[in-house]
Design a protein around this ligand. Sequence first.
Ligand code: DX5
Ligand code: ZN
Length: 216
Amino acid sequence: MAKIAPSILSADFVNLERDIHNIEENGGDWVHVDVMDGSFVPNITIGLPVLRDIRRITNLPLDVHLMIDRPIRYAERFIKAGADWLTIHLEADTPQNTMTCLEMIRAMGCKAGLSLKPGTPVKAAVPYLTKCDMILVMTVEPGFGGQSFMTDMMDKTRRLRKLLDEVNPECLIEVDGGIDTVTQEICKKNGVDVMVTGSAYFKAADRAEFVKIIQG
Ligand code: DX5
Ligand code: ZN
């Protein structure tokens, strides 16, 4: 019913290969990779060389979430490094560049995602709805794992689902931030297709069971 994309932001980076293979063994659908530049968000994580190496060790789809300014500068390189899904932030550039970047991602055979920070209204996404394969609704302020889920974002997912059903019904809705066994249930009731989960997945006593609950 829903897909789960464990976020390696909460993995043990010394044992990244082990943790990614463990996502496969536990039945995870995608691997979520958070790229932060210390400018669009106040944190720095991983970049191109790490993505390239992750690509070598897994066949799971790589769901790359770019939290960087002016992603148009880097989109092509992240696709070449192995992204299957590349999500950019609506707030990270001009509307023209955002549009061009989404088109570029698709033209390269990659799935295009557009992410909205909690303060960004649904109406800002309207011009891009037919240019995306996925809309990522942030359910925390981007930048860090382990924050609390913002329930009021569910109004956004519901409204987006309605709009997408009219113009681009294939488009998925993903949520990211504070997803656990309780909040995933709320998301499912509000039109969400893909759940990103970092700390709750990695802390789960039985990760395979956690995956089943989200997918179920
Ligand atoms: C936050 C990142 C998330 C993060 C989620 O900016 O985009 O992907 O890993 O972590 P949790 O599930 O701990 O909120
Ligand atoms: Zn993310």
